[in-house]
Design a protein around this ligand. Structure first.
Ligand SMILES: Cc1ncc(CO)c(N)n1
Length: 235
């Protein structure tokens, strides 16, 4: 049964005793979870049906997003309560700023996007909203609020990544690797850890704080949809 997005976590638990806090966050997003994870843009990656122009638009915007995401994780490392959490987050930050950065540089080269273009790219309106939400939630907000934004972003990508990974890989390395980056075991482990961390931190919050966290998760999910819409629209 689909749950009304206004249900509190406590009420949600009364109906589904085994429900995790992270499950409740997804139920709060209503239809936008499926709109993000099943977006036509994500299916076009695995179907090898991606127009170059759309992928170039996507990569340029996503590179600025990833830069802000790295800053967000930096704030979260600072706010994380335990050494284990700091270690998990900083390992992911290291991956984002090395292997994933290298992926972007090689992809831009293959798609003839000069460095001057992707370095100077002004962020589009959706990316600017993303930036504000990410940096404000993790910088000025609480650990739980920033974590909710990171969890949403990575969980959406894991969901479509695992689905597209079941198809034969597309020919272009930048499509094939983008699937693998979001489906490999290490990434699955990281998202599972993010869920456990969110479950633990979220369960002990007051109801008002839980609603705030759910709002951040919802807003992030809505922006994931808008981000795909924006780069896909002109295709
Ligand atoms: C917009 C967006 N959301 C999430 C991810 C996953 O890191 C990404 N690369 N881009």
């Amino acid at each position: 049964m689909a749950l009304a997005p206004t249900l509190t976590f406590q009420d949600h638990r009364l109906q589904t005793p085994s429900a995790r806090f992270s499950d409740w966050l997804v139920s709060c997003t209503g239809s936008s979870w499926a709109a993000a994870t099943e977006h036509a843009f994500t299916r076009a990656i695995g179907d090898d049906a991606m127009p170059d122009a759309a992928y170039v638009r996507y990569l340029i915007e996503d590179y600025t997003f990833i830069t802000d995401l790295a800053s967000t994780i930096g704030y979260l490392v600072a706010k994380a309560p335990t050494m284990r959490s700091k270690s998990r987050l900083s390992a992911f930050l290291a991956l984002l700023t090395s292997e994933e950065n290298n992926y972007f540089e090689r992809s831009f080269a293959a798609l003839d996007v000069p460095e001057t273009v992707y370095r100077a790219a002004a962020q589009g309106p959706v990316t600017r909203e993303f930036s504000r939400l990410l940096l404000e939630s993790s910088g000025k907000g609480t650990y739980a609020e920033g974590l909710a934004c990171l969890l949403c972003a990575e969980w959406v990508y894991l969901t479509w990544g695992l689905r597209e990974a079941k198809k034969p890989r597309p020919k272009a390395f930048y499509l094939a690797e983008w699937i693998d980056l979001h489906a490999v075991q290490g990434f699955q482990d990281f998202v599972n850890w993010l869920r456990e961390e969110m479950d633990e931190v979220g369960s002990s919050l007051t109801e008002a704080q839980q609603q705030q966290v759910a709002q951040h998760f919802q807003e992030m999910c809505r922006l994931e949809v808008s981000f795909f819409d924006a780069v896909w629209a002109a295709s």
